[in-house]
Design a protein around this ligand. Structure first.
Ligand SMILES: Cc1cc2nc3c(=O)[nH]c(=O)nc-3n(C[C@H](O)[C@H](O)[C@H](O)COP(=O)(O)OP(=O)(O)OC[C@H]3O[C@@H](n4cnc5c(N)ncnc54)[C@H](O)[C@@H]3O)c2cc1C
Length: 470
């Protein structure tokens, strides 16, 4: 049997982050009709941060949060845990989409991250946060040149950046596939994302919010002055306002639904590495416990956990055509796991004796603007904040803030920003959307093989601001 297949032999099909005895008990579902001031739908980062921030702004607010399965079962509890200050998926996307607001968005992103970390302390949340910064590695000489140019630009703009040439980067993390590295030392870090969800859940409960897990929103009816009637399995919730924090899952509001598509992203995790294995890749004993991604369109992201496992994900997310692409059966894609394992060993052949302990997938909500899409309807009673694409761990706290401000919880002038008011382009209907995604992925893979040189299709998409990846 091929070594990468053997390494996947006894791998558990479960997110690494969920496989712990500390997972909090799942709370009982809704069993009777209820009333509240604010109903939050979705127990991921957006829903949980929305509950906290609404309570901070209006301590007496009577809030219910419902989650169709359990808190942290969506992207939030399955993601890579890379936490970036960027609110609009990086500098290039921000400047392209929100010219004139880039500086403000950057400042708001820094403030959001600062407040997020303060909240972890205030609510005593141990999300296993590590301040690693973020590091990109180039996988060929041409990409190293482009990455070096980015380093020079970033340095000139005042960012705290460190450049590693081929030899230097391999001293940080030893892979013969690396040709250069750029370390952004400030701001960013990594967390255990499920622990972040569960810590937020405990904080939300302590603030007096009622949570019903195993409770799915099935439909919304307007009831005139009385507000909104939310039909759920288990009962009806009458509320003044509703925030839909349902990200990639089917949204009940057409405008919101058309603004995102679900794409699957997959990860594997190794067993905890021994000190000798860690030494063989230098990682962890170097300047930083770098949180890495490669400088490709179809990029991988990889990091160490507190107990020195490597989680390895990305390399191409997958759009499935049927059932809006959210069907649970897509979670286990053996072909993707095998490709990930093969790529892992190509990067770290020194670890050929390492086995993979976990494999899992999760759903990214990709929007045409590649960052959060907020919106409000029903005369200001129903809002949504969805579609962070691949960068939502930090940004979801800000998305939640926009969501509750749109519902009247201490609105600020951020609601006047284009970031909030500009309508997101809807995705094309199927099968055009699926075909477009496939064509674009093929073009992105070709560009990666070609030292980053973009073909005609990507150049055309760039003109429209759509030539991007998760
Ligand atoms: C594999 C993977 C890796 C990622 N890695 C990173 C990363 O390293 N860094 C980063 O910044 N971002 C990353 N992301 C993106 C990030 O995880 C998301 O942007 C973020 O978690 C979105 O949070 P959310 O609360 O909006 O959505 P979710 O966490 O998806 O939460 C939505 C919740 O709503 C619930 N729900 C849906 N419909 C209903 C309904 N009708 N009734 C009741 N409940 C409902 C769902 O069950 C779900 O729990 C990754 C995503 C994936 C999938």
């Amino acid at each position: 049997m091929l070594p990468h297949l053997e390494a996947l032999n006894d791998t558990k099909a479960c997110p690494l982050w969920h496989d712990t005895e500390d997972m909090p008990e799942v709370l009982p579902p809704l069993a009777t009709d209820e009333m509240c001031e604010l109903l939050i739908v979705g127990g991921g980062f957006t829903g949980l941060w929305a509950a906290i921030q609404a309570k901070e702004r209006r301590p007496n607010a009577d809030i219910i949060l419902i989650e169709q399965t359990f808190v942290g079962d969506g992207a939030s509890g399955r993601c890579g845990g890379f936490m970036s200050a960027s609110l609009a998926h990086g500098e290039t996307n921000t400047e392209h989409r929100f010219p004139g607001e880039a500086d403000r968005l950057e400042a708001l992103g820094v403030q959001n991250m600062k407040e997020l970390l303060e909240s972890l302390k205030r609510y005593n949340i141990d999300a296993r946060y590590e301040h690693t910064g973020s590091t990109s590695v180039a996988l060929d000489p041409d990409s190293a040149e482009r990455l070096y140019a980015e380093y020079q630009r970033s340095k000139a703009e005042g960012y705290d950046v460190v450049w590693y040439d081929k030899d230097a980067v391999r001293k940080q993390v030893n892979s013969s596939t690396f040709y250069g590295g750029l370390w952004y030392r400030d701001g960013d870090g990594v967390v255990d994302p499920a622990r972040l969800c569960w810590g937020l859940k405990a904080a939300v409960l302590n603030l007096g919010v009622r949570i019903f897990e195993g409770t799915k929103l099935l439909g919304l009816d307007e009831t005139g002055q009385d507000g909104i009637k939310a039909n759920c399995n288990g009962g009806v919730i009458h509320s003044d306002k509703v925030l839909l924090a349902t990200n990639a899952y089917r949204n009940l509001i057409g405008q919101a639904r058309r603004s995102v598509i679900a794409v699957w992203d997959y990860q594997i995790a190794t067993e905890a590495l021994t000190p000798e294995q860690i030494e063989s890749i230098a990682w962890g004993s170097s300047e930083s416990r770098h949180a890495l991604s490669d400088y490709n369109n179809m990029f991988h992201y990889f990091r160490l956990t507190k107990d020195n496992r490597i989680t390895w994900g990305g390399g191409g997310s997958v759009r499935h055509y049927f059932n809006s692409g959210t069907d649970k059966r897509f979670e286990f894609s053996q072909a993707r796991y095998e490709t990930l394992a093969k790529e892992f060993f190509k990067t770290f052949p020194q670890l050929s004796d390492v086995k993979f302990s976990h494999k899992w997938g999760g759903i990214i909500a990709s929007s045409t603007r590649f960052c959060v899409v907020p919106g409000v309807t029903h005369g200001g009673r129903v809002a949504w904040a969805i579609g962070y694409t691949g960068l939502g761990v930090g940004a979801s706290r800000f998305g939640a803030r926009i969501g509750i401000e749109l519902l009247g919880y201490s609105p600020s002038d951020i609601l006047k920003m284009k970031f909030v008011t500009k309508k997101a382009l809807p995705w094309a209907p199927e099968p055009f959307c699926w075909l477009g995604v496939k064509l674009t992925q093929r073009a992105l893979i070709k560009a990666d093989k070609n030292g980053g040189k973009r073909g005609l299709w990507l150049k055309f998409l760039d003109l429209l601001g759509l030539g991007f990846t998760c």
